[in-house]
Design a protein around this ligand. Structure first.
Ligand code: ZN
Length: 341
């Protein structure tokens, strides 16, 4: 009961990349960088295991950014001529590459780190990919002229990589779709369809992560505008409940999401965010267990996975390590309270 997992990203060690940045510059290049990425992955596999997590990820140590790590292996994208674009409905400006031709994968995207992860832990593994709608919202389109068509083109490529990750031995393939919380009607009408296309044919566990973003200022300011109750999930959860996706990762602790919205995910495993990524304060085991208890009013205990609200990438390494320990300790306490430890 109560598996424990991270949403996806973890901070990069200072010898791998700039620290406490969302778009860090690498410290080296070529073979040295490739080795450094795997070394950092090993550090975080061990840290997750030592903390006591039951599902282990690669901490996204091999990619600079959760979307562009994938895009770099896609043909048809011009990285040389980036343009400034407002993303997530203009919440922030970013320099983004442009889609200029039909999309095709150049080859495997995450083979090295996925196989490395599989080889270095006996526990269940989770690997993250950006979701099609979020990718579409993070590139400039100069070719397709239609967001849905472009989303399905990306979904096809994601599907190829997801099937390969499964063949690498990954147990859970998770697609990250923060855009689902921004384009509510589109998420329910075509976002979930594109997501299912990305997950087509997978026999491993499939998951989607939907959040209110990293704990960076633009996101914190945006959250201030969302009012007392954050009901964004209300539109997309019923569409997800009717979909083939098996697990849904959502924000809970310190968010204004009404917990009863989790009841809309009947039949799904729910990765409940019990660790805040917007604050350096380390949660106590009691706080984590209390958050789990709140979620248990709406999620059956065998379907609850304790998770972080979002990735921990922009945090300091020490804070992230402490939060991993808090996550595992809180889940242990929750089990104990239910008399099942
Ligand atoms: Zn997130």
């Amino acid at each position: 009961m109560f598996d424990t997992a991270i949403a996806g990203s973890l901070p990069k060690p200072s010898w791998l990349a700039e620290t406490e940045k969302l778009w860090p510059q690498w410290r080296s290049s070529g073979p040295e960088l490739n080795q450094a990425k795997l070394d950092a992955t090993l550090v975080w596999i061990k840290a997750q295991e030592d903390a006591g997590l039951t599902v282990i990820g690669d901490g996204e140590q091999s990619r600079q950014h959760f979307v562009h790590g994938f895009l770099e292996q896609v043909e048809g994208i011009d990285f040389e001529h980036k343009v400034e674009m407002g993303i997530r409905n203009d919440r922030y400006k970013a320099m983004v590459p442009q889609v200029v031709a039909p999309l095709r994968l150049k080859g495997r995207v995450h083979e090295a780190e996925a196989r490395f992860l599989r080889a270095h832990t006996q526990r269940r593994t989770k690997f993250t990919l950006p979701g099609p709608m979020t990718i579409v919202d993070t590139v400039a389109d100069r070719h397709y002229g239609d967001r849905v068509a472009m989303a399905h083109a990306f979904a096809e490529l994601l599907n190829q990589e997801a099937l390969a990750l499964q063949a690498d031995g990954i147990d859970v393939v998770q697609f990250d779709e923060p855009a689902f919380n921004v384009y509510l009607d589109e998420a329910a009408s075509w976002g979930v369809q594109a997501l299912e296309r990305a997950a087509r044919g997978l026999t491993c566990t499939t998951a989607v992560h939907i959040c209110y973003g990293y704990g960076i200022k633009a996101n914190l300011d945006w959250k201030q505008t969302l009012g007392e109750e954050w009901r964004q999930y209300e539109k997309v959860f019923p569409a997800l409940a009717a979909s083939s996706i098996q697990q849904v990762s959502l924000e809970c602790i310190h968010s204004h999401v009404p917990p009863e919205l989790m009841a809309l995910l009947a039949g799904k495993d729910v990765m409940v965010g019990v660790i805040d990524v917007a604050s350096d304060a380390i949660e106590t085991a009691e706080e984590v267990a209390d958050t789990i208890a709140r979620a248990l009013q709406f999620v059956p205990r065998h379907r609850l996975i304790a998770c972080t609200n979002c990735g921990l990438a922009p945090m300091s390494r020490a804070v992230a390590e402490a939060k991993l320990r808090a996550l595992a300790a809180g889940a242990a306490l929750a089990r104990q309270r239910l008399g099942t430890s």
